[in-house]
Write a protein that binds this ligand. Structure first.
Ligand SMILES: [Mg+2]
Length: 279
């Protein structure tokens, strides 16, 4: 077989080399996954038993603290209540993130999220139904406070997601949805007037206090340290490596676009504390 290039036949050895190179490149393409900033985080969420165990750990600690509060509760005291965030706290977003990986998306995508929420994508997180049913069996009310915006049907979708996941207290009295703000404090303060709030559940520091709503990595850490005694006592925190306000502290935006600049920023954040060989 002869292939003409500028009138000269390609030597058979060169043809073989070219063919090998092409085959090797194609093989590399097939086995090398695309560089996606989310891959490790989503793989962990989707497969790590440790991820699930952290939910059980959170709800087990919550139950211990609830039992303690029930023992100390006296007739005439304000009734006990729990305030919970929704997404990645009592509802899992894992199948959304799996879709994101399959679609080659690297950061949160509002349109995909809205559609997934509308189609009742969420399921309960490990241990959530059991713990919240336990609270209900002890006469402790659970209030859900979430920030979501899927337009006019936002509230309807959120309620449907809770009901679809068999979570208790899925009703108008116990669900508050903020469409225009991520500040949950007004509702938290309102609940605290009538109830003794014993536990707050969340995957984002902002679920506990508004003061954490700062876009600076060190400041967030410093503010969290001021309250370190509260974690595992009143504040029960669940893991979320894919999204949240921690990203805003890096990018200045909770839903940053996947630009080369943002890739560089993410890499710099990951290497903020890196081992250096001594000369
Ligand atoms: Mg959340």
């Amino acid at each position: 077989m002869k292939i003409k290039t500028t009138g000269t036949a390609v030597a058979p050895w060169l043809f073989s080399l070219l063919a090998m190179t092409c085959t090797s490149a194609l093989a590399d393409q097939a086995v090398t996954p695309p560089s996606n900033l989310l891959t490790a985080a989503v793989a962990w969420k989707q497969t790590a038993a440790e991820f699930e165990a952290l939910y059980y750990q959170g709800f087990n600690v919550a139950r211990m603290q609830l039992d303690r509060a029930l023992q100390a509760h006296k007739p005439g005291d304000r009734p006990l209540a729990i305030i919970s965030d929704v997404d990645d706290t009592v509802l899992s977003s894992n199948s959304y993130w799996g879709y994101m990986i399959n679609s080659g998306k690297e950061f949160f995508d509002d349109d995909a999220w809205d559609q997934w929420v509308a189609e009742n994508g969420p399921v309960a997180t490990p241990g959530a139904v059991e713990f919240l049913n336990y609270a209900q069996s002890k006469g402790v009310e659970v209030f859900y406070v979430t920030s979501r915006d899927q337009g006019e049907k936002t509230y309807e979708y959120a309620l449907a997601n809770l009901r679809n996941s068999k979570l208790p207290f899925a009703d108008d009295k116990h669900l508050t949805v903020y469409r225009d703000s991520s500040n949950k404090e007004p509702r938290q303060t309102e609940i605290a007037k009538d109830y003794q709030v014993v536990l707050m559940l969340g995957d984002n520091l902002n679920d506990f206090k508004r003061k954490y709503y700062v876009a600076d990595v060190k400041q967030r850490s410093s503010l969290m340290n001021e309250d370190k005694e509260q974690f595992g006592r009143k504040f029960i925190l669940f893991p979320n490596p894919t999204d949240g306000h921690w990203l805003k502290a890096i990018f200045g935006d909770s839903e940053p676009p996947a630009t080369p600049e943002n890739r560089a920023k993410f890499k710099a954040a990951a290497a903020a504390n890196a081992w250096q060989a001594k000369p």
